[in-house]
Design a protein around this ligand. Structure first.
Ligand SMILES: Cc1ncc(COP(=O)(O)O)c(C=O)c1O
Length: 403
């Protein structure tokens, strides 16, 4: 890698995270971390693992019992025809799963179609594998889904894969079954892979349905399915993810990347994963219900709190509000030359309102003009942020008088 890494961008979200450390009493709506704690089933299993001295090297791809439980989960909940636990690999979080998949699948110069906007490590991981990220817009007027003809038009002779993320970070868009079927048909017809990032599979609201591309006919053989315990079980800091793929040559390559980057995923955490899957799943539904209540609280308050200058429809998945900024908005002191609207808004909300948020442009060019808030924070924090915003936007003088 060496100097090539100088050309791989760092995530803008991390830049904001670093900024937030200098804010006193912040409302941390910037990062995608839930305020819940991991369920007792996870904590008890990790305690047991410590007491049982499970602190030694493990099998490279994961503890057999965990791989067995994951195989069962992928078969029954995702409908993916996983035959054998060897087809599953445990990783250090979802981000590591994506790194491994990109390193093993991509050649220099390969193109990967990614959504615009996108979770920044998606583009970063494609670039880190010396491949080319080709953005394809998601459209607000389509509830942040693709125009499927536009997606098809992005495929070239160099396209190796389509990265699909549904439910989607940062917009909360959820692909419909018909979208996933159309993408699958396209992948089969054009002979490309699907990298399916299903990190938010359990964070789904209203009548939305999560469809795993690898569950569709002829798709498991050309899909790498990526998952994490971070969101479903509130285990963000514990770093546990996994992936599944049918292709044995690809798996051998992925195993090498896994081995050379982690040897094996932290033992105690893997036992926590076993606890999560063997135990009651009540917390998963409870988290989802609470996240829906928080979504409704945030969207119920935002219109009024932002005086109509931040708008959008409640998302049907994930836990982000990706809101359109009124293009006429100006901060009291005016804008800095060359600074984007979304950065200007983010800096204003952070420095004047202590409200963590991420400028839309950090997720891609098509994200410019929007701003992302995470509503997975607790209700008091969300209400505090709304109150702070209300105070900031009260003055009508902030509107550009000329418009
Ligand atoms: C779309 C998407 N994929 C993957 C991840 C990876 O999560 P983790 O590395 O915490 O498992 C995230 C985390 O925010 C995400 O938003």
């Amino acid at each position: 890698m060496g100097h090539y890494l100088d050309s791989v961008p760092f995530s803008g979200i991390i830049r904001i995270r670093d900024m937030m450390y200098s804010v006193k009493d912040p409302f941390r709506l910037d990062q995608g971390d839930v305020s819940f704690d991991a369920p007792d089933t996870v904590k008890a299993a990790m305690r047991r693992a410590i007491d049982d001295n499970r602190s030694h090297y493990l099998q490279t791809t994961g503890v057999p019992r965990l791989l067995e439980l994951l195989t069962e989960k992928l078969r029954t909940r995702n409908g993916i025809p996983v035959q054998d636990p060897n087809e599953v690999m445990v990783t250090t979080g979802g981000i590591h799963a994506l790194f491994i998949a990109c390193q093993a699948l991509l050649e220099p110069g390969d193109e990967v179609i990614i959504p615009d906007p996108t979770w920044p490590p998606c583009a970063g991981n494609v670039r880190a594998a010396r491949a080319i990220a080709v953005p394809c817009p998601l459209h607000e007027h389509l509830a942040w889904r693709y125009d499927l003809d536009e997606l098809a038009s992005k495929i070239t002779a160099k396209t190796r894969a389509i990265y699909v993320n549904s439910p989607h970070n940062p917009t909360g868009g959820v692909l419909r079954r018909a979208d996933v079927e159309a993408i699958a048909a396209l992948a089969r017809r054009r002979g490309v892979w699907v990298l399916s990032d299903e990190s938010y599979e359990d964070v789904i609201f209203d009548e939305a349905e999560h469809v795993s591309p690898a569950s569709l006919p002829g798709m498991y053989e050309r899909t790498i399915s990526l998952y994490t315990f971070s969101k479903t079980y509130a285990m963000t800091g514990l770093r546990l993810g996994y992936l599944a793929a049918q292709d044995s040559q690809l798996r051998e390559r992925m195993k090498k990347v896994l081995f050379y980057t982690a040897s094996n995923v932290t033992s105690v955490v893997q036992f926590g994963g076993i606890g999560a899957l063997e135990g009651s799943q009540v917390s998963v539904g409870a988290y989802r219900d609470e996240l829906k209540a928080r979504r409704d609280l945030f969207y119920g308050g935002i219109k009024d709190a932002a005086s109509g200058q931040l708008t959008g429809e409640p998302p049907r998945g994930a836990f982000y509000a990706f809101l359109r900024i009124d293009p006429r908005w100006l901060p009291p002191g005016g804008t800095e030359p060359g600074q984007s609207l979304s950065w200007t808004m983010a800096e204003y909300l952070i420095s004047q309102g202590r409200i963590g948020c991420v400028p839309g442009v950090d997720f891609g060019a098509n994200g410019e003009g929007y701003i992302r808030f995470c509503f997975a924070r607790d209700r008091r924090e969300l209400s505090g942020a709304l109150e702070s915003m209300r105070a900031l936007f009260r003055s009508r003088s902030m509107l550009n008088a000329s418009c």
